[in-house]
Design a protein around this ligand. Structure first.
Ligand code: AHG
Ligand code: MN
Ligand code: MN
Length: 339
């Protein structure tokens, strides 16, 4: 279990702003930039949440006609979320570099704005295929402290590095409600629910830890014949009624992950014949969720080793992902790498 200060001094209903201000106070060296960065993240999250809620009315349903760097169709909400987070982060003097699923190149902070001490990686809209059917989608983000010299432009070294160097990570889930989940080394994993009438996030899920016994697995079984036979055999064994497992898969990583975080469970997106390196992206999907799950007492591997020990070599590098309760991740990883 990571060392950290308990968050029990915070009552449910504490605003995210006050939570951030008060936790920053225990760091005399803090410059206030982390709080300011999170302030911008929450601003963008509220804007995207509002747009998601009235997507059909706001002309946000459907594709733009563009194909992104990943070869996927870009949806209108993908573009809106990307632009909204980018603008919010560029203007505040808190970031030196932004990496987005929607942009092939790293995003530098344009003149006349100042650069700050953090590099930000994001999947601005995760679960795009669920937009038009009104199912849960989200935003995933990771935050690194910069390595490049203060004051100058950011550099690739700020993001192409081991996942265990993350300072913080989180996601925003736009579901039946909007929840922002933030993981930091000092304060673990905490969830804040947006009250749209007030326009504030309030602490609703304090010090989240994975439920100890999990009986849910999540993966796209439509691809079973494309899996490594060792994985297929293990999933088949999991179906033994004596083990009592159910399957849940919505096809938005962030939603499948959130359910498993609250209820316990295992999510797998393995290598397939179509995506031999996996489909999910290391820097802005796997790293942030691996950081969160470890802070919540769980584990994440790429089917071989710990995700956070991987070193990102490319901005849009893909990885297989096995993530959730520690015992299930260990069992699945052992089965997938058995000789
Ligand atoms: P994105 O919408 O950001 O491109 O991500 C979609 C991802 C992820 O959210 C989900 O787990 C996975 O795609 C679902 O893929 P399949 O439809 O292949 O199961
Ligand atoms: Mn995604
Ligand atoms: Mn996306």
């Amino acid at each position: 279990m990571p060392d950290r200060a308990p968050t029990t001094q915070f009552e449910e209903g504490t605003t995210l702003d006050r939570f951030l201000q008060e936790t920053a106070r225990s760091h005399p060296e803090a410059t206030g930039q982390f709080v300011a960065l999170m302030h911008q993240v929450t601003l963008a999250a509220k804007m995207v949440s509002s747009r998601v809620n009235r997507a059909g009315l706001a002309g946000m349903i459907g594709q733009t006609g563009q194909v992104n760097i990943q070869g996927e169709f870009v949806m209108k909400l993908d573009v809106y979320a990307n632009e909204t987070f980018k603008r919010a982060l560029e203007h505040a003097g808190v970031c030196c570099l932004i990496v987005s699923e929607e942009e092939a190149d790293p995003i530098h902070i344009p003149e006349p704005f100042r650069t700050g001490r953090y590099a930000f990686t994001m999947d601005p809209l995760d679960g795009s295929s669920n937009i038009d059917v009104n199912a849960t989608i989200g935003t995933i983000f990771g935050i690194f402290r910069r390595k490049s010299p203060t004051g100058g432009p950011g550099a690739l070294e700020d993001v192409l590095r081991p996942g265990h160097e993350l300072t913080a990570a989180g996601y925003v889930i736009y579901g039946s409600g909007t929840i922002l989940v933030l993981a930091t080394r000092d304060n673990g994993v905490n969830g804040f629910t947006l009250d749209p009438a007030v326009g504030e996030f309030f602490l609703s899920h304090r010090d989240l830890q994975l439920a100890p016994s999990a009986r849910t697995y999540s993966l796209n079984e439509g691809y079973a014949r494309q899996w490594d036979p060792r994985l297929a055999a293990w999933i088949d064994r999991l179906k033994d009624p004596a083990r009592g497992f159910s399957q849940r898969y919505i096809g938005s990583l962030v939603a499948d992950f959130h359910r498993n975080l609250l209820k316990g469970g295992l999510f797998i997106y393995p290598a397939t014949a179509k995506s031999p390196r996996g489909k999910l992206r290391l820097l802005y999907e796997a790293f942030p969720l691996a950081f969160i799950v470890e802070q919540a007492g769980g584990a994440a591997t790429d089917g071989r080793g710990r995700i956070l020990d991987r070193v990102a070599e490319g901005l849009h590098e893909r990885t297989p992902l096995v993530i959730g309760n520690r015992d299930l991740v260990a069992e699945a990883t052992a089965a997938m790498s058995a000789e």
